[in-house]
Design a protein around this ligand. Structure first.
Ligand SMILES: [Zn+2]
Length: 376
């Protein structure tokens, strides 16, 4: 099972660092294996999921059974009562009761083996338009289009109806005599693209690679249709891949769009790259920034690690500025500190600036209290 958990973590890492896919911790991911559904925990931003502790494990067959029961009760229950009954039933399926599973757990149990739900800006932009369905059907005739429903059990039931319709139609054509339910094995193992009106996208496929490729493809194609090019956010995945070639540390890359920092990068790159001027800058941003010759420039990263004994956290490639840290939350914190540094020195004559001495830098980097603060 450890292999699948690592793959789920990779899926979370892919989407969690992409602002164009996941904002403010939105989105969820899962896999189904050996009768269990593993899904990201409720309230956990995807970039925070580093191991099994950010996931919940549930009895898959019991979740499927729950969906069948809820379908029967749906018309008899008020909206809030349906949500209450569903929440209780999901909790009873959990094998990790201390962690709350994603609100979309029931939706995920209908799909798999690997499933990723995101709120891509380029795609949701279309899904919020009146003609969304006809555009999606022309771009992806095989896609599943689900009309708007409140996230959670009602959305899961709407998806289940769609999957049942598809299974019944397929069985009529092929007449295999198989189970016509949305939850049949045949239906489950296929790759699927699901578009949710006014909400987002779900991609499920047999492997993580297929889920990632399909998500990227959908975002690029729908974005192209709308003339909305957000391809620069994909560069974060490339930076993280590059870091993985030189280090086993689990990192996340953030595409910086802060005007103060980008203006500084243009007018005086030293402000971004130079050694630190105050303790917080060293602790959060590292000993220096690093300009790479290209997105494949592993050599410069290796040289940086050899010189400073830590990974670079502020990386410049062409006119792009990336921040690399453990999670998106850490990256945003680093961005604040770097911005403060730039603002402090923006009017200064660089020859007059007093930077931290090498000895003090060494002392601070080894300071246990600071290390603990960094980890928080
Ligand atoms: Zn959602």
């Amino acid at each position: 099972m450890a292999v699948e958990v690592n793959e789920l973590v990779n899926l979370c890492s892919f989407a969690g660092e992409r602002f164009d896919l996941s904002q403010a911790g939105g989105g969820n991911a899962s896999f189904v294996r050996d009768g269990e559904l593993w899904i990201t925990a409720s309230g956990w931003p995807l970039s925070d999921v580093k191991d099994a502790s950010g996931t919940c494990r549930l009895d898959h067959a019991a979740l499927v059974e729950t969906m069948r029961n809820l379908k029967g009760k749906q018309s008899k229950l008020e909206k809030t009562e349906l949500e209450r009954v569903a929440g209780k039933a999901v909790a009873q399926c959990s094998k990790t009761p201390d962690v709350r599973p994603s609100i979309e757990t029931l939706m995920h149990c209908l799909l798999g083996p690997f499933t990723l739900h995101t709120h891509p800006i380029a795609v949701t932009a279309l899904l919020c338009r009146k003609n969304w369905k006809s555009v999606i059907q022309s771009l992806y005739p095989e896609a599943i289009c689900v009309d708007y429903e409140t996230p959670g059990v009602r959305l899961a039931l709407a998806l289940m109806d769609k999957l049942d319709e598809i299974s019944e139609a397929e069985n009529k054509v092929v007449d295999t005599g198989g189970n016509g339910s949305a939850l049949s094995k045949k239906n489950k193992s296929k790759s699927k693209k699901v578009f949710l009106e006014n909400h987002g996208v779900i991609i499920s496929a047999p492997t993580v690679e297929e889920v990632i490729d399909s998500t990227n493809e959908v975002v690029a194609k729908v974005g192209e249709h709308l003339g909305l090019n957000l391809a620069h956010y994909r560069l974060t995945n490339q930076i993280t891949s590059l870091m993985r070639t030189v280090s086993t540390e689990s990192v996340c890359s953030y595409y910086c769009e802060d005007k103060v920092l980008l203006d500084a990068l243009k007018s005086n790159e030293d402000l971004i790259i130079e050694r630190p001027s105050w303790p917080d800058q060293l602790v959060y941003c590292g000993s220096a920034g690093l300009r790479l010759k290209s997105l494949g420039d592993a050599r410069s990263i290796k040289d940086f690690i050899e010189k400073y004994q830590h990974l670079p956290k502020v990386i410049v490639v062409d006119d792009h500025l990336f921040i690399v840290d453990r999670t998106i939350k850490h990256c945003r914190r680093l961005e604040e500190v770097l911005k403060a540094h730039v603002m402090m020195l923006s009017n200064a004559d660089m020859d007059e600036v007093q930077f931290l001495s090498n000895d003090e830098q060494q002392y601070l980097l080894n300071w246990e209290a600071e290390k603990a603060r960094q980890r928080m």
